[in-house]
Design a protein around this ligand. Structure first.
Ligand SMILES: Nc1ncnc2c1ncn2[C@@H]1O[C@H](COP(=O)(O)OP(=O)(O)O)[C@@H](O)[C@H]1O
Ligand SMILES: [Mg+2]
Length: 360
C-alpha cells in the first residue's frame, strides 16, 4: 500500500556552517509532496534547491526539522536505505559500459536476482525508447540520448521518488522541449513521484502538477502552475514567473463602496478587487492582460509609447506613463496592421480581473 503523501518535509533548516552571520541554505522549509506528483522546485541560483534535494536523498543531514518518506522518518537513514534516486545534470554515465550495462549496474548493486536483470533493463529501454541503442557506449550518443539513459538507470531499481536536479539545462532549446514532453510521459507511465529542480519558469509551468517557488532558503509559495501565475502572493513570485508590471499607489473606497486604486502621481482611479489589502499597495498586472486604447477614456492610465518590439507571435509596447513609471504591454499579432508607433500618446485599459494587489 502506498502512503498518499510520498514526502513530508517539516520545518527543515540546513546550515553548512556554524557562523551565525551566514544565512542558512534552508530556512524552516515545510512541504508535503503527494504520491505520483510531478513537483518542481523553482528559484534562482543559490536559493537552496539542490540542498533540499540532497537532504531528501540523505546526502546531507538536516540541521533542524524532519523528513518523512512514505510516512517513515528518515533523518537517520543513509541514502542507500531510502527508496529515492537522483538524476544529475551531468548524466554521470559510466563511459566504458554500454547503455544496457549502465542501466543494469544499479540493479546489480541492489542485489536483484541476475536472471531478472535483462528483463528489467529491456523494460527501462522501452520506457525511454532506447531499445535500438542498447549496445552503444555513452560517447556514441547525443546529449538527449545520454539523458534518457541516465533516466532509465535511475528508474530501474524502482525508487518511490526520483529527484532530478536541473537535468535538462545542458540541452539546447529544441531538444530540451522534446525531453520535457518525454519526462512528463515517463513520469506518468512509471507512476513515480518526481521532484524536479529548475531555474526556468517556463519549464516549471509546462511540466509540473505543483510548483514551490524558493528564494533565499525559503519556500515563498506552493501551488499549481495556474495558481502561481494567476495568483502570486509575493512580488518575488510575480516577477520570477512570467513578466509583470508594478505600479505603486493606494486603495480608496468609491461612492458605491467599490475599491479604487489610485496610482502614485496620476489623477486617475482604477476599479479593482480589494483582495484583503488596504492603504498603500502595489498593483501588479501582466503585459497580456491589459490593452492599449486611444487616449481620452476615464479610468485609464495614460502615457506615451517609448519602444515597440516585434516578437513574431506578439508585439510588445513599452510605455512611459505620465507618472514616469514604465510598463510593458503585449498584444497578440493576428495579422492586423499595427498603427501604433513610438511617440504615440495612448491610454492603458486595466480590467479589474487583471489587477493583482500586493503589499507595498
Ligand atoms: N557544500 C556546501 N558547503 C557550504 N555551502 C554550501 C554548500 N552547498 C551549497 N551551499 C550554499 O548553500 C546555498 C544554497 O545552495 P544550493 O542548494 O546549491 O542552491 P541552488 O541549487 O538553488 O542553486 C548557497 O548559498 C550555497 O553557496
Ligand atoms: Mg543547484
Amino acid at each position: 500500500m502506498g502512503h498518499p503523501v510520498a514526502i513530508e518535509v517539516r520545518n527543515v533548516s540546513k546550515r553548512y556552517s556554524d557562523d551565525p552571520g551566514l544565512a542558512p541554505a534552508l530556512d524552516h522549509v515545510s512541504v508535503d509532496i503527494a504520491d505520483n506528483e510531478f513537483f518542481t522546485l523553482l528559484g534562482p541560483s543559490g536559493c537552496g534547491k539542490t540542498t533540499l534535494l540532497r537532504t531528501i536523498a540523505g546526502f546531507e543531514h538536516v540541521s533542524d526539522g524532519e523528513i518523512r518518506l512514505a510516512g517513515e522518518p528518515v533523518n537517520d537513514l543513509p541514502p542507500f536505505k531510502r527508496r529515492v534516486n537522483t538524476v544529475f545534470q551531468s548524466y554521470a554515465l559510466f563511459p566504458h559500459m554500454s547503455v544496457a550495462q549502465n542501466i543494469a549496474f544499479g540493479l546489480e548493486m541492489q542485489g536483484l536476482d541476475r536472471k531478472l536483470i535483462p528483463q528489467r533493463v529491456d523494460e527501462m529501454l522501452a520506457l525511454v525508447q532506447m531499445q535500438h541503442l542498447a549496445r552503444r557506449k555513452p560517447a556514441e550518443l547525443s546529449g538527449g540520448q545520454q539523458q534518457r539513459v541516465a533516466l532509465a538507470r535511475a528508474l530501474a531499481p524502482k525508487p518511490k521518488v526520483l529527484l532530478l536536479d536541473e537535468p535538462l539545462s545542458a540541452l539546447d532549446l529544441k531538444l530540451r522541449k522534446e525531453m520535457q514532453v518525454e519526462l512528463k510521459r515517463v513520469q506518468k507511465e512509471a507512476g513515480i513521484t518526481f521532484i524536479f529542480v529548475t531555474h526556468d519558469q517556463e519549464e516549471a509551468l509546462t511540466l509540473s502538477d505543483r510548483i514551490a517557488v524558493m528564494s533565499a532558503g525559503k519556500i515563498l509559495q506552493i501551488g499549481t502552475p495556474n495558481d502561481i501565475y494567476e495568483r502570486p502572493q509575493h512580488q518575488f513570485v510575480a516577477q520570477f514567473i512570467g513578466d509583470i508590471n508594478f505600479l505603486p499607489g493606494h486603495l480608496k473606497r468609491g461612492q458605491n463602496n467599490e475599491h479604487l486604486f489610485v496610482p502614485s502621481g496620476m489623477p486617475v482611479e482604477i476599479p479593482c478587487p480589494a483582495q484583503g489589502i488596504d492603504g498603500k499597495v502595489q498593483l501588479a498586472f501582466r503585459p497580456e492582460r491589459s490593452q492599449l486604447v486611444d487616449p481620452a477614456q476615464p479610468h485609464h492610465l495614460r502615457g506615451v509609447i517609448e519602444a515597440v518590439l516585434y516578437v513574431g507571435t506578439a508585439t510588445l509596447y513599452q510605455c512611459r506613463l505620465n507618472n514616469d513609471i514604465k510598463v510593458m504591454l503585449r498584444e497578440n499579432n493576428e495579422g492586423l496592421n499595427r498603427s501604433r508607433g513610438v511617440g504615440d500618446r495612448v491610454a492603458v485599459n486595466l480590467p479589474p480581473h487583471a489587477c493583482l494587489l500586493m503589499e507595498a
